[in-house]
Ligand binder design. Structure first.
Ligand code: PGA
Length: 253
């Protein structure tokens, strides 16, 4: 079994105290000590430092939800790679569909953020996925290929660092509807082919995650597919009970 990922994206939820409480519960769950499992959680930026303190002696790693492509300067309200790295993050989500649709991030911005992440020592988790309309128009394959190429080509060509890719159909995020595992697998095959064509010889394998309404009830069916290395979880990562159950489904004893 390849290393499996379970990533929790808390979005705009959790105060510092709530983050400490949730992480204290996660820390005591035995599943996260399994060396086959890479657990990553993405609190809001304000709770990264408090979270890092709780996780000092834990294999659970921290992820920022966003960074600016610039390290420092006159960008009111933004955070940068060096700032979140110092606060304790080792990963960063880049190109999440909410950033693309609500904050007008395009593929060019996504590519710049990937480079900024690598420069700061962060592993980017590049999120891609088609909208309902693109799906209806049979554009799933071309959409994810375009997003992956636009985001990852320069990154991989320049050997910038490790990369994780999450396929998250936009219509499945926060809706309770998920891709059928076989359909997700088919998209992951396209991603794998695209990466193979892009990647320099000998590049380490890029873990491919599925996201969109993942729960404890459906997580196992995704990682049972050949090319799905783990899950990116939103709503169901907000309680210890459901996140631990998802981790157990992803990495059974
Ligand atoms: P969801 O969110 O699990 O609540 O659908 C997933 C995500 O936005 O990454």
């Amino acid at each position: 079994m390849n290393e499996r990922f379970v990533v929790g994206n808390w979005k705009l939820n959790k105060t510092c105290q709530e983050a400490r409480d949730l992480l204290a519960q996660l820390k005591s769950a035995r599943v996260f000590a399994d060396v086959r499992l890479r657990c990553v959680v993405a609190p809001p930026a304000t709770a990264l430092f408090a979270s890092a303190q709780v996780l000092q002696d834990s294999p659970i790693m921290l992820c920022a939800q966003n960074i600016n492509a610039t390290d420092a300067g006159a960008f009111t309200g933004e955070v940068s790679g060096p700032l979140v790295y110092e606060a304790g993050a080792h990963f960063v989500l880049v190109g999440h569909s909410e950033r693309r649709s609500l904050f007008a991030e395009d593929d060019a911005a996504v590519a710049q953020k990937l480079a900024a992440a690598a420069k700061a020592g962060l592993t980017p988790i590049l999120c891609i996925g088609e909208t309902t309309e693109q799906r209806r128009n049979n554009q799933t394959r071309s959409t994810v290929q375009q997003q992956l190429r636009a985001g990852a080509a320069a990154y991989l060509a320049a050997h910038m660092g490790p990369l994780v890719v999450a396929y998250e159909p936009v219509w499945a995020i926060g809706t309770g509807a998920t891709a059928a595992p076989a359909d997700a697998q088919a998209v992951h095959e396209v991603l794998q082919e695209t990466l193979t064509a892009l990647g320099p010889q000998g590049a380490p394998r890029v873990p491919l995650l599925y996201g969109g309404s993942v729960t404890a009830a459906n997580a196992a069916s995704f990682v049972a597919q050949n090319n799905i290395d783990g899950v990116l979880v939103g709503g169901a990562s907000l309680s210890a009970e459901s996140f631990v159950a998802i981790a157990q489904a992803v990495c059974p004893p």
